[in-house]
Design a protein around this ligand. Structure first.
Ligand code: FAD
Ligand code: DHB
Length: 412
């Protein structure tokens, strides 16, 4: 079996790439280890930057998001008995974020790409490795129905998340990784209750961090910092609500509506980057290449910016190739730029420049808001930094422009 772009993983990265290429007449096949129902049911991120929202519109999968998503013009930061609001449009020249769940995005992309346009996804097909990534015919080796098969491609996109096989197909001496594990996790609840406030609250509290988020006017998502080895089984719904309320300012705590869980889970917090993100004709994107701690909601948005760069690079390759076939072209002179592969060649460098800025912001925002130890000096320093940031125009601007998302580099 052969395709132009073979994609491993049908999370948001893989589906978005396949859909953007499909709209330009480029063939893809996605190989996904889980079932469609499993992928569609995963509860994850909820805040979308404007760049990602625009990309979903370009993918013609943004209609429901524009109808049902909630536009948020600010966030609240609670600390030391105060609640400070950061106004996004005021500090970013009019930018906002959209609250719309990753679960809904996945659903919308599946509908547009698979159900309406016949895009090919092999579910319950596990990639085993990528072979020949440094030749013109890289191959995805995968297992389906107990049989080993191969997909021969022009290019392979490794969109298979942190535990995927694409990154692991590269020899250790060709890849550099940077990693930090934080000494705590997030315990999250999803519940059909109205949100405590119309905008998110990030709380720094002496008992640990808490976050009030939402999926709609009737569905809330809340998190509390927990021990790294904590288990969901240790928490009743009542214990969760009690702990959340203890960490919020009294006015907010009084407004919390409690209810039974739809879902409860624990997320560990990591920072991770693999460099480079391109190996011959294998390109890594999204969580396959980098992980951020969830504070600041950058994971999903970074996956989208990778796909923005990768889709532009592949389109430049195929479009130019169509108008002037490769075999009729003279080899570019040394020192000149091959317009056909230029963006593919620059993919890793361009994507990583934005990745590192989000890694930095997520690390910093995590450090500012969580309880790391019982040291009273650390706590006073956090409170003092929050006091400084929220009393300074420059401080508010720094938070706002990172939160709404740094701009994507544009190409002609
Ligand atoms: P993924 O969504 O991980 O998709 C990868 C896909 O590849 C999966 O479908 C997987 O089944 C498939 N796959 C893996 N291995 C193979 C294989 N060998 N063969 C075939 N297929 C394979 N981000 C936020 O911004 N805010 C949040 O609140 C937040 N919460 C999160 C909670 C959890 C529990 C997790 C794990 C992540 C969370 N994130 C959050 C991060 C965000 O969800 C990810 O950044 C985003 O899902 C990345 O998309 P992706 O497509 O790159 O990877
Ligand atoms: C959500 C998660 C985040 O990490 C965050 O910073 C904001 C919102 C959420 O799941 O809604």
């Amino acid at each position: 079996m052969r395709t132009q772009v073979g994609i491993i993983g049908s999370g948001p990265s893989g589906l978005l790439l396949a859909r953007l290429l499909q709209l330009q007449g480029i063939d893809t096949v996605i190989v996904e280890s889980r079932s469609r129902e499993y992928v569609a049911g995963r509860i994850r991120a909820g805040v979308i930057e404007q760049g990602m929202a625009d990309l979903l519109r370009e993918a013609r999968a943004g209609e429901r998001m524009d109808r049902e998503g909630l536009i948020h013009e600010g966030i609240n930061i609670a600390f030391d008995g105060r609640l400070e609001r950061i106004d996004f449009p005021k500090h970013t020249n009019g930018k906002v974020v959209m609250v719309y769940g990753q679960t809904e995005i996945t659903h919308d992309l599946m509908k547009a790409h698979i159900d309406e346009a016949g895009g090919i996804v092999y579910y319950e097909a596990s990639a085993v490795r990528v072979d020949d990534y440094d030749t013109k015919s890289p191959r995805i080796i995968y297992e389906r129905n107990g049989q080993q098969k191969e997909l021969v491609c022009d290019f392979v996109a490794g969109c298979d998340g942190f535990h995927g096989v694409a990154r692991r197909s590269i020899p250790n001496n060709k890849i550099t990784t940077f990693e930090r594990t934080y000494p705590f996790g997030w315990l999250g609840i999803l519940s059909d209750v109205p949100p405590v406030k119309d905008e998110l609250i990030y709380a720094n509290h002496e008992r640990g961090f808490a976050l009030c988020s939402m999926r709609s006017h009737t569905r809330s998502r809340y998190y509390v910092q927990c021990e790294i080895d904590d288990k969901v089984e240790n928490w009743t719904d009542d214990a969760f609500w009690e702990e959340l309320c203890r960490r919020l300012p009294p006015d907010a705590a009084e407004n919390v509506t409690t209810g039974p869980r739809l879902e409860m889970s624990i997320t560990p917090l990591h920072s991770f980057v693999a460099e480079p993100m391109r190996f011959g004709r294998l390109f890594l994107a999204g969580d396959a290449a980098h992980i951020v701690p969830p504070t600041g909601a950058k994971g999903l948005n970074l996956a989208a910016s990778d796909i923005y760069y990768l889709s532009r690079a592949l389109l430049a390759y195929y479009k130019d190739k169509r108008s002037s076939p490769v075999d009729k072209r003279s080899t570019p002179q040394s020192g000149s730029v091959d317009k056909r592969t230029d963006l593919l060649d620059r993919y890793s460098e361009t994507a990583l420049r934005r990745v590192w800025k989000a890694i930095r912001f997520s690390w910093w925002y995590t450090s500012l808001l969580h309880k790391f130890d019982d040291d009273p000096l650390s706590r006073r320093l956090q409170i003092s930094e929050l006091d400084y940031l929220t009393s300074s125009d420059a401080g508010r601007t720094m938070i706002a422009e990172n939160y709404v998302g740094l701009p994507y580099e544009k190409f002609e």
